[in-house]
Design a protein around this ligand. Structure first.
Ligand code: SF4
Length: 504
């Protein structure tokens, strides 16, 4: 019954954001278990096997010929399961664990049973736990109690900060029962997790504090009177929840695909298709990891594959001069369309796809564009092209947008939390943020830390984005002509009946 409750499956996978756990809770549904003997019929099993062997032979990492040893989320280097705990401390006694059919196996299971299958945000929660094993126990706790890991990671740091500044504690401005004398121990993490899960003091006694937090950290901060005013936590950036009440993920002022995709959608996109553009040059500057290529080369390889906008190199120019342009609007659109179909519907793994740049591929060119339809057609028997998938993704994106419009979404609501406009982006744990961009007419990797969004320019960007989608620019509402062009005339009718159809 908490808004930050997830649906957990396997050991550490979750439908994390969106409050699905709360929906189940409200229906008194605790779990679903399925047992069956059927299977999914594959149209052409031989073609599917051939597609897999082709992908593995030409594009997958080879243990006897590793081109990258550092952990990455693409095809060309082996994952190092569980190493995100405090930026990587591998353990012995582990074995990889994979989704069915994946050669990569990005998760780990351990002899000691701690933190099994945990990756990403789950492994970051309680980062100041006194030992790594305490942190691993803490990540298991949030999985067992079904709490959202990203929310808990940033939220726990927020509470710690409020306690250190004297605002939070027993009888203080925010009356909290948390025992900070035990900070760093598993007892503290357990009290925090239980206070949210049971809406009490985390020790079995009634307390408003847990009830407040169970509504999510932004609602709790609002209730505590901390959001308003010139020194409010959204103004100062003390509460790092930049959009829709959801926690920070990638630095929005750097990774524009992530920031705009999220604010123009409905949740943290959690789609990592362009991450390598930041992580590879950033890790190169920070730790000397070899670059995949020059900024110009990388941008060429990526943008050549981005149909129907292929060849527009400026889609990947992350410089401040280009951050509100129609080229960036195309980047955001392409990412929305690709993921709506190829990831969210056809279920290609978010860690691995799209395979833009691949050090094993010919000329470093990855398999995206060829591979996706190869797999899909083998399974379904259809004759689908890559562009067919992008266009279907565009249709799904428009359908989603129409549903949000019916639910009340309007252009005026589409803005970031204040701190993204008022505060420069900051370095988390000393990390720079390098991205490809053009400076003085030349491509290079540029440092994007230290900048903030400009409100007026972001408004102009929204207009450009809505125009590109064919939506009404004043309201952001879908228009009849755009919907009809995608076979969504019935959606236009529904919007019209509800007074939400855009003009044009
Ligand atoms: S999440 Fe992706 S990379 Fe990891 S095992 Fe599953 S399919 Fe492979």
């Amino acid at each position: 019954m908490s808004r930050v409750a997830c649906l957990i499956h396997d050991a550490s996978s979750a439908a994390g954001q969106g409050g699905f756990g709360a929906v189940w809770g409200s229906k008194r549904l605790k779990a679903i278990s399925a047992i069956g003997s059927g299977s999914i019929r594959v149209n052409n099993p031989q073609a599917l096997m051939q597609a897999r062997l082709w992908q593995k032979k030409h594009y997958a990492f080879k243990l006897d010929n590793l081109k990258r040893k550092f952990m990455s989320v693409d095809f060309q280097s082996p994952p190092v399961p569980g190493t995100l705990y405090r930026s990587g401390k591998p353990r012995t006694g582990k074995r990889p664990q994979a989704c069915v059919g994946c050669h990569s196996a990005c998760r780990g299971r351990y002899e000691d049973g701690l933190g099994n299958e945990a990756t990403c945000f789950t492994t970051l929660f309680y980062i100041y736990g006194r030992t790594l094993d305490i942190q691993r126990q803490a990540s298991d706790l949030i999985n067992r109690y079904g709490l959202n890991a990203a929310e808990m990671f940033w939220g726990e740091l927020y509470l710690r900060d409020l306690h250190r500044s004297g605002n939070l504690g027993p009888g203080r401005e925010i009356d909290s029962p948390l025992n900070f004398d035990k900070y760093g121990t598993i007892d503290f993490a357990e009290q925090l997790v239980k206070s949210i899960a049971y809406r009490n003091d985390g020790l079995g006694n009634d307390h408003q504090f847990g009830d407040d937090l169970a509504e999510g950290f932004v609602r709790a901060a609002a209730k505590w009177g901390r959001l308003e005013g010139p020194r409010g936590d959204f103004k100062t950036g003390r509460l790092l929840f930049p959009y829709w009440g959801l926690p920070m993920h990638k630095e929005p002022r750097s990774q524009l695909d992530w920031a705009y995709g999220t604010i123009l959608g409905d949740r943290d996109i959690n789609e990592h298709g362009f991450d390598q553009l930041r992580s590879n040059p950033t890790y190169n500057k920070k730790w000397g990891i070899p670059l995949y290529g020059s900024a110009e080369e990388v941008v060429r390889i990526y943008t050549d594959k981005m149909v129907p906008f292929q060849g527009d190199r400026l889609m990947l120019d992350f410089s401040s001069a280009n951050m509100y342009s129609e080229h960036i609007a195309k980047l955001v659109s392409w990412h929305r369309y690709y993921t709506r179909f190829w990831k969210q519907s056809a279920q290609f793994c978010d860690w691995r796809w799209p395979d833009f740049l691949n050090l094993y591929g010919p000329g470093k060119v990855g398999s995206t564009g060829i591979a996706e339809p190869k797999f899909l057609n083998a399974v379904t028997g259809k004759n689908f092209t890559f562009l067919d998938g992008i266009e279907l993704g565009k249709k799904i994106w428009n359908l989603d947008h129409a549903i949000w419009t019916l639910q009340g979404k309007h252009r005026d609501m589409v803005h970031f939390a204040d701190f993204l406009y008022t505060q420069p982006s900051f370095s988390f744990r000393g990390m720079p943020e390098y991205m490809p961009g053009r400076e003085n007419g030349k491509w290079r990797y540029i440092e994007t830390l230290g900048r903030s969004f400009n409100r007026d320019k972001f408004e102009a960007f929204k207009t450009r984005f809505y125009k590109l989608q064919g939506w009404e620019t004043n309201s952001g509402y879908p228009t009849a002509s755009t919907l009809k062009s995608m076979g969504l005339g019935y959606v236009a009718k529904e919007l019209e009946q509800n007074g939400k159809l855009g003009k044009g």
